[in-house]
Design a protein around this ligand. Structure first.
Ligand code: FES
Length: 373
């Protein structure tokens, strides 16, 4: 019925149409699927609440990456340089979500979003996007998330350090600062395995020529020749910033790079730099001492608590909860907990016993738990 109404009406995506899509009457008519599930049959980008984006350009900077330009729909609320978004695509009939940091500046003139996705052997989403993304492809997005971002007001001195695909959030920071006409000092240390795999190489060189306060140095960890020798070390800092103490520092890359930077900062008695990494965290759970029962109230199933994260317990019980990253980042697995306490397997924190949304991929029950699944 809703499908027919939309097809026959002159409703435009903006103003009246969008208010109509958000009305509680239409939402009630569309129950239980929700308005967006009907609207997407007609216009994939015209949705009441969900964020979607259409790929408008595809570019391969390196053999192991793809750079996508996206046009988000009107539900997109923008991002702060450094934040990430969850990107969902269907791969072999399964909807998968992964976090990627936009690499463009905060305020692009046309509202476009740039994502550079680097592939790795187990990366089903990244390989799918590299091999199959074409202009016209529509992907689901989450709103931007994360505390790793440029502060406002801007600091006077900024140090950016990135390794591999970790360049994307700091590239967004650098482009944003350059666009704003930042007059302070910016140091940028970037590491890649080889020149062939180095992202944004030409643009970094151009920006360094144009912006007086910007100094860039690159290290190739598996190449014979490299501007910076070997992996990150204290001695590399002098190539881009005379005095790193007091510079607002942002580090994104593999854990080994982050640990090395943290070690230098700790030796110097400096506050921790801001860090971001998208490698899977270490999940701590104990299956030997698990007790209680897990009740899945919507499906009426019950299992003895095995001590595993609730997403796995639900799957073991024959359920198929929606999920993406399985590491507590994308929020796709967010589920209503009715009763009972859970422990976060990354932070170790225990929740209250009341009703709340929890990310079931990183939550283990502490005794009896009821979940709305
Ligand atoms: S699946 Fe991404 S937060 Fe749980």
């Amino acid at each position: 019925m809703i499908d027919r109404a939309l097809r026959s009406s002159k409703i435009r995506p903006r103003s009246v149409g969008r208010r109509l899509l958000r009305s509680s009457l239409l939402e009630a008519l569309a129950y239980p699927h929700g308005v967006d599930r009907y609207v997407e049959l007609v216009r994939p980008l015209l949705l009441a609440r969900d964020v979607r984006a259409e790929v408008t350009a595809v570019h391969h900077q390196t053999p192991k990456s793809v750079t996508l330009t996206l046009r988000p729909n009107e539900n997109w609320r923008g991002f702060r340089a450094g934040q990430f978004v969850g990107v969902s695509v269907e791969v072999d009939g399964v909807r998968l979500t992964r976090p990627y940091s936009p690499a463009g500046r905060e305020q692009s003139a046309d509202g476009a979003l740039e994502l550079t996705v680097s592939t790795h052997p187990e990366g089903r989403v990244s390989r799918h996007l590299r091999d199959h993304a074409r202009p016209g492809l529509v992907v689901d997005l989450t709103q931007a998330q994360g505390e790793f971002m440029l502060p406002s007001p801007r600091p006077q001195r900024v140090l950016l350090i990135s390794g591999g695909s970790g360049i994307t959030p700091v590239m967004a920071m650098l482009r944003t600062l350059c666009q704003e006409g930042f007059t302070g000092e910016i140091g940028f240390l970037n590491y890649a395995r080889s020149p062939t795999l180095a992202l944004y190489d030409d643009e970094l060189a151009t920006l360094a020529l144009r912006h007086e306060g910007l100094r860039v140095a690159r290290g190739f960890t598996r190449a014979r020749r490299s501007e910076l020798p070997g992996r990150f070390g204290r001695e590399h800092l002098a190539a881009v910033i005379p005095d790193h103490a007091g510079a607002a520092t942002f580090v994104c890359g593999p854990p080994a790079l982050i640990d090395s930077v943290r070690a230098v900062w700790a030796q110097d008695g400096l506050p921790e730099p801001a860090v971001e990494t998208f490698t899977a965290p270490v999940l701590r759970f104990d299956t030997d001492r698990a007790e209680g029962r897990v009740s899945f109230t919507a499906s009426g199933r019950q299992v003895a608590n095995s001590g595993l994260p609730l997403l796995e317990q639900a799957e073991d019980a024959g359920l198929a909860p929606e999920h993406g990253c399985r590491m507590g980042i994308c929020n796709t697995c967010s589920t209503r907990k009715r009763t009972g306490s859970v422990r976060n397997v990354i932070s170790g924190g225990v929740s209250s016993a009341g009703e709340e949304q929890i990310r079931i991929c990183v939550s283990v029950p502490v005794g009896d738990v009821e979940l709305d699944l």
